[in-house]
Design a protein around this ligand. Structure first.
Ligand code: SF4
Length: 189
């Protein structure tokens, strides 16, 4: 279920308009820290693959983001294998699919991890601030928080989608890549 192709130079732009909060957060963190732990690399890396980032671009993306902290040599040795693996080019050659919301919501991020679902794993304060940064109105923030308090995390994400796109999402959000595709549909219509 792919939506065309994107190249590295498009990532920031489409992230701003069409990435769900979980992926915006991971992208922000990798740009800030020039590193992401394994869980974050898997969650964001497979999502980007689903969005249409080709293997060569994925390798170049991670290498460039890690460059301030990780030498090219160390990158090739320690990180490139896993990225190729996610694209089915190493090991059992399984083509790994991006994680669903259910899977992301059910993880338990450790200290220093940035993967997971912000609606479930952020503190209330951080979540509210993140929603405001996404441009969600204060009224809609309260509706989102209401869902969060009732542990309806995917509904909270759906309400966020509707608030930032000004368009309804009747099917509800159940996959980060579906969020992306639905967003692109709204923006291109
Ligand atoms: Fe990401 Fe799904 Fe959580 Fe939305 S509900 S932030 S798409 S994991």
């Amino acid at each position: 279920q792919e939506f065309g192709e994107i190249s590295i130079k498009d990532i920031d732009q489409v992230a701003k308009t069409s990435f769900p909060l979980c992926m915006r957060h991971l992208l922000e963190k990798v740009k800030e820290d020039h590193h992401l732990k394994h869980g974050g690399r898997m969650q964001l890396g497979l999502f980007l693959k689903g969005v249409g980032l080709k293997l060569d671009d994925a390798l170049a993306f991670w290498k460039a983001e890690f460059a301030p902290k990780v030498s090219a040599e160390r990158f090739d040795k320690e990180y490139a294998y896993n990225i190729r693996h996610n694209y089915g080019r190493e090991g059992k050659r399984t083509d790994y699919t991006p994680y669903s919301c259910q899977k992301i919501i059910s993880v338990t991020p450790g200290i220093g991890d940035h993967h997971g679902c912000p609606y479930r794993h952020f503190s209330e304060e951080n979540l509210r601030a993140a929603l405001v940064r996404m441009g969600v109105s204060s009224r809609a923030v309260e509706d989102v928080m209401d869902k969060v308090h009732n542990r309806h995390y995917q509904l909270a994400c759906t309400l966020t989608f509707e608030a930032v796109h000004g368009s309804s999402c009747d099917a509800g959000i159940n996959h980060p890549n579906q969020y992306f595709i639905d967003s692109q549909r709204v923006l291109q219509s």
